[in-house]
Design a protein around this ligand. Structure first.
Ligand code: EPU
Length: 428
């Protein structure tokens, strides 16, 4: 087990290249199950979630190679093996194995997913979709059992706009008989990316990226080659880092359109931003103004950037209010920021931040992936050294974070936890 050590106060300068999108990767990899010949996905991020999914595909008989970001999956010998326990519990996105295995084998047994603890994260809309397609779904001792004699297209209205449910229903419906229509679908760029892969495999999906998706079922899906989209949340995290302690940072390999809500907010805070075709330049950090933020589904402000931005707002002049309408309990980073001298209180679904406040290095713990990103940002802004534990959360979603930050001039390194620290963590 390791911790991150961050010496604050070193300004960031230079260029950072963004990796492939984690939240696409975790759906694209299960989607390969649906093909009958090898699928290649290029540009995958080097993160632990990708490694876990590779292992899961191998468990069900897939032949998988992964080198330099390119994964080749030969799904032809896969079987519908039950996966009630083990690696599936390690990540939230293992729920995509439900849709993909149901779509290919008409049956699946998948343990209830793990992932970041952001308060309740139900999967009722996924299940509603599978049932509408003709599957029976039962929860037996913490695993979901899905069975269908035949999947048939259906009209499905999502009661909650859900990224996971939209993708999972697409996966289950691409080989169903007839037409499926998903209404009130989520519109995130990752959904378009998954639909693009599936269409390259021979699926007939129209409307991905809008709130009505139409899928005409096909009998067979074949192998293909696909390049993943860049990670808008990783890019947004580096934009916030650059605004926090940069002297001019160029963020390369991005789709600026995916980041418009963050760009608008940072500009409102007086951060200088120039967007090009596939790059975003964030100008030197200057005095920033407080702003209010409400997280919304895409294209609104993403909940995944709420935590990083909260850290930045400790340095802005005035009072900011950050409201998370997606995950009302996504505020575990606030107690840790307080240890670093931040003046923040939480009221219901909102954090109220009074700034500017000079942060001080401290020992803090990442409770989830984006909380970890927020603490790294805070550590780079703080005086002195910050120690961040819970690094496994950060490694789930940020490819080569230490190398990328040091490449920009930060002073950040990994250290092994001492036996005493491991004991303290286990007792906490
Ligand atoms: N929801 C339900 N029922 C469902 C599904 C969702 O009530 O069946 C609720 C959730 O509780 C939440 C809201 O709907 O309040 C949105 O959840 P959604 O299903 O869209 O989230 P998700 O698919 O589980 C993905 C990302 C998250 C990101 C959310 C919101 C993946 C693997 N995860 O989760 O990413 O926060 O969308 O954009 O794609 C992260 O990257 O740090 C992360 C947590």
């Amino acid at each position: 087990m390791e911790k991150l050590m961050i010496a604050g106060g070193y300004p960031l300068k230079g260029t950072v290249r963004i990796s492939g999108a984690k939240n696409s990767a975790v759906a694209l990899i299960p989607a390969t199950i649906l093909a009958d010949s090898p699928v290649t996905i290029e540009g995958l991020p080097d993160i632990s979630d990708v490694q876990i999914l590779k292992g899961l595909l191998e468990e069900i008989g897939g032949e998988v190679t992964f080198a330099d970001g390119d994964m080749q999956v030969d799904p032809s010998a896969m079987i519908s093996m039950p996966m009630p326990n083990g690696k599936v519990k390690k990540l939230r996105a293992s729920y995509y194995l439900m849709g993909a295995m149901l779509g290919r084998f008409n049956k699946a047994v998948i343990g209830l997913p793990g992932g970041c603890h952001l308060g309740p994260r139900p999967i009722d809309q996924h299940i509603k979709g599978f049932e509408a397609l003709g599957a029976s779904v039962t929860n037996e001792q913490g695993a979901i059992y899905l069975r269908a004699d035949e999947l048939r297209g259906a009209r499905i209205y999502l009661d909650v706009v859900s990224v996971g449910a939209t993708i999972n229903i697409m996966l289950a419906a691409v080989k169903a008989k007839g037409r499926t229509v998903i209404e009130n679908a989520a519109k995130e760029p990752e959904i378009i990316d998954v639909a693009t892969l599936l269409n390259n495999m021979g699926a007939k999906i129209k409307g991905a990226g809008t709130d009505v998706i139409r899928i005409d079922g096909v009998d067979q899906l074949h192998g293909c080659q696909h390049t993943i989209i860049p990670d808008r949340i990783e890019a947004g995290t580096y934009m916030v880092l650059a605004a926090a302690s940069g002297e001019g940072v160029l963020i390369d390999n991005v789709i600026p359109h995916h980041l418009e809500s963050l760009t608008a907010k940072l500009r409102e805070m007086s951060v200088q931003i120039e967007a090009g075709d596939d790059q975003i330049f964030v100008g030197p950090a200057e005095k920033m103004k407080a702003v209010d933020i409400k997280t919304l589904v895409y294209p609104g402000f993403p909940t995944d950037l709420q935590q990083p931005l909260t850290a930045l707002l400790t340095n802005a002049e005035g009072t900011s209010m950050v409201t998370d309408t997606i995950y009302g309990a996504r505020f575990k980073h606030i107690d840790e920021l307080r240890r670093m001298n931040a003046n923040i209180k939480v009221e219901g679904r909102s954090a109220i931040i009074n700034g500017p406040m000079k942060l001080q290095g401290a020992k803090v713990k990442a409770s989830d992936l984006r909380a970890g990103a927020a603490l790294v940002i805070a550590g780079l802004m703080a005086e002195g050294v910050t120690e961040v534990t819970g690094v496994d959360h950060i490694d789930r979603g940020y490819s080569h974070l230490v190398e990328k930050l040091n490449g920009l001039g930060a002073t950040i390194w990994r250290e092994k936890l001492t036996d005493q620290e491991i004991e303290q963590m286990n007792n906490a």
